[in-house]
Design a protein around this ligand. Structure first.
Ligand SMILES: [Zn+2]
Length: 125
């Protein structure tokens, strides 16, 4: 089940305001999923999908960002922000054309440089 999540929307929009001004006019649906999504044996915390042209007549969004809550539910606020920043980096805007930006490494090197490769690991307190 997927449902709209106002918390992700609020957090996501504040990240857009801070870091991604080019995305201000992009329509993003912020969803939570109760699915425990895996990909090649690894947990998927979230994903970002472009609404395909096939569906743009019935879907008022350009992109759908889904957080898989069984996988990312333990994230603290800071980790959640990094996760959403990661997903927003997947949105490409060039000359008004929208696209999905693939990872430049396993993770975006920008995320690794800013937060470290292990940002999603549980924190020792
Ligand atoms: Zn990604």
């Amino acid at each position: 089940m997927n449902y709209e999540n106002p918390k992700y929307k609020k957090l996501g929009e504040s990240i857009i305001g801070e870091l991604f001004p080019k995305l201000l006019n992009v329509k993003i649906a912020w969803l939570a999923s109760d699915k425990k999504k895996m990909d090649s044996g690894r947990l998927v915390f979230a994903d970002c999908r472009k609404v395909s042209e096939q569906y743009d007549w019935c879907c008022d969004y350009d992109f759908i960002i889904t957080v898989y809550e069984p996988n990312a539910g333990r994230f603290d606020e800071e980790q959640l922000k990094i996760l959403l920043e990661h997903e927003l980096m997947h949105i490409g805007v060039e000359d008004g054309r929208l696209s999905i930006v693939p990872h430049d490494a396993e993770e975006f090197t920008e995320i690794i440089r800013k937060y470290g490769i292990d940002w999603s690991e549980p924190k020792c307190k």
